[in-house]
Design a protein around this ligand. Sequence first.
Ligand code: CTP
Ligand code: MN
Ligand code: MN
Length: 490
Amino acid sequence: MALVPLKRRRRVARSPPAEPPGPGRFPSVVLCLVERRMGASRRAFLTQLARAKGFRVDVAYSAAVTHVVSEQNSGAEVAQWLAQQRGACGAGGDPALLDIGWFTESMRAGRPVEIEPRHRLRVTVPAAPHGGLMASYACQRRTPLLHSNQALTEALEILAEEARFSGSEGRSLAFTRAASVLKALPGPLGTLGELGPLPGIGEHSRRVIQDVLEDGVSAEVERVKLSERYQTMKLFTRIFGVGVKTASRWYQEGLRTLADLQVQSTRLTRQQQAGLRHYEDLSVPVGRGEAEAVSRAVQAALQRVLPGASVTLAGGFRRGKQHGHDVDLLLTHPEAGREAGLLSQAMSWLESQGLILYQHSQESSFVLCEGPGAPGARDCMDRFERCFSILRLEAQRGQRGPGAARGWKAVRVDLVVAPISQFPFALLGWTGSQHFERELRRFARHERKMVLNSHALYDTQQDLSLPAASEEEIFQHLGLEYVPPLERNA
Ligand code: CTP
Ligand code: MN
Ligand code: MN
């Protein structure tokens, strides 16, 4: 029997003809066929069939894909496939996960048929990126910015915030954890039963999830949103320089509005006064374009005071967010020691240009936490030279909001300086999300007996600090799969 040599057969059947994806006859439908179990040649055949009927079929997954079709795969398997594709292309997307039945019916009809429940694959056990059940630490999961359970996570996060406002950190963390797990699900949760063995979703969270799944809203969440206390706490804690404790005290004193605070402005710190003065501007989210403009302005200042110094956009923008509450910038210089004093010089220059509306600097207070008798690495969190500021940003093209007419806008900017040897730790620490960071540190402590902070990774068993030249190396030291910034939106 003349078998086609395996190698050649592979090459022939490997991938369907890669035609440039056009809009096709049905612009709102972009198919992607899963090769697993379907086989390469059948996939190629089905691809051609669909294209001949005017469907757009993409060979590679991207966020544009609306319909993922597979044959003889379980929902969990396709969900896992999807998580891998999202990881590989760095894109989100929220395609329907469909069985081949939908495809054949559509081909017969010559148009995409309505998706019915029977077409959908059931996602029962959510997959971790590399098989198995969902990992229990958020730093072991990939969490894209866009996910499929927005209504659920918003509800849970309101309760998390409410708990934080009440000083119940533990309860707040429980809701945050539950939301974070849902963010990592590869598809929309259909029923509570599908949650099965998911880690870290407690009774209360389950109740909320059930309510939202069944009624579209949770009565408890709606009640919280409308409560005077929640609304006032939200208003007050949005002020730069106002934390939960202060806001809570003001609420108890009967203060309710910004006007109430203005009357008492002598009681406010300088930072809070600045926050109140620029409240309107600061409550409009900073856009990515604006963040980049701020970054360029700071880079220009660095060029003046210390050529060779660099600025890196961290925080939510590095995780792919298009908007944020502030701009987080990390400064360093490739030669160790040259970064000393950099920030105050850069701020002075910006000041001389009239770009600083408020600044509050902290000197570096980092002490190496190594060896026996050291103060303990736990104590040296965030001791970089840093500056919390409000910058004046000239109006960007297309800018809307209160600053547009005036020609400039106040923007919150956090600046941090890290010596080059600590830069990867600082970058990892300042990229977030906050929950991802918390989970990284918890993982390091409980699973590896290591202490991680924005300066260093310390192995308590070997009693030494583990150096790293990149974020990847830090993940390696921790024995964790590397999670790129775009997937740290836990
Ligand atoms: N961070 C920190 N120490 C602080 C403040 C923030 O280490 N005193 C870290 C946080 O852990 C987070 C990152 O800096 O990882 C960014 O914080 P923040 O700006 O508050 O959050 P973002 O994720 O950037 O959210 P947003 O887009 O709303 O600014
Ligand atoms: Mn930020
Ligand atoms: Mn910040």
